[in-house]
Design a protein around this ligand. Sequence first.
Ligand SMILES: [Fe+2]
Length: 298
Amino acid sequence: MNLTAQIEVKPLAKEFGKIIINPKDVGILDLDKQLIIDLFKAYGVLLFRGFKAGCDQFLEFSNSLSTDFMDYTGGYLKRQVINDNPTLLSVNDFNSAIGLHGEMYYQKQHPAMLWFYCDRPPVKDGQTIVCDGIQFYNELSDTLKDLFQQKKIKYPSKLSKEEWQRRYKTEDIETAIKMCVDNGLQVKMNQDESMSRFYSCPAVYPSRSQEDLVFINLIIAAKKANPNAVRFEDDSEINEEIVSELNEIASRITVEIDWQKGDILMVDNYRVMHGRRAFSDTQRNIYIRMCASAFQAK
Ligand SMILES: [Fe+2]
């Protein structure tokens, strides 16, 4: 039986993303992998809807297309491990909005792919948001295109002893410093055992195909959380004028995912920024997995 003929593929947005809908009764594990890979590479985000996948099927499906799952060591947020699986994490530690960002772009080792799974959707709000970094770059003014190609950015941070021990899952300072250095961070230890660090990186990267440029970084999310959390590498400020241009583009081209139970979202973390809307429903339960792709990157 041709299962591909039984699914519907609809656009998620005008320029990027697809929704893969299951109008009949196709199992998520029976989908044609090559079709998924081709759609993912071409469109950056795939939302699988109507497959009635449980968490075990989500794990099996993501395992079949990905490799090198990460356990979020060094990660910024507090994330709970689900079902004793350190590569299956909750995203619900707090419920305020998170601005658009590339996942873990504050360090060298960031995942190529993200998977989200909706265990329980919120009654309202709490949409995950996605935005095409290629389109974002193309929407920038010529001035900002030039600026972000010429200047790198940096993320300065200071971690208390308790905080670096939590993030790096160790009490040993040498081990924590090594993990930072291996991830391209510059580190200075302070007398109170806190850790001052910064990471420099581009704000714009070549796309998988090398044919486009991708605006993907944490500027929008970091500026929203703490105005001092990101600067240009030369220490100049990413000023209000720049931030308001970025926010204006983001508000115009961001796409909201209104979760339904069992939804699976596959995100290209080399192309697509994500974030979320605030929510008040404490029952919202969305999981994330971070990994490399088990197929050729290009
Ligand atoms: Fe994220």
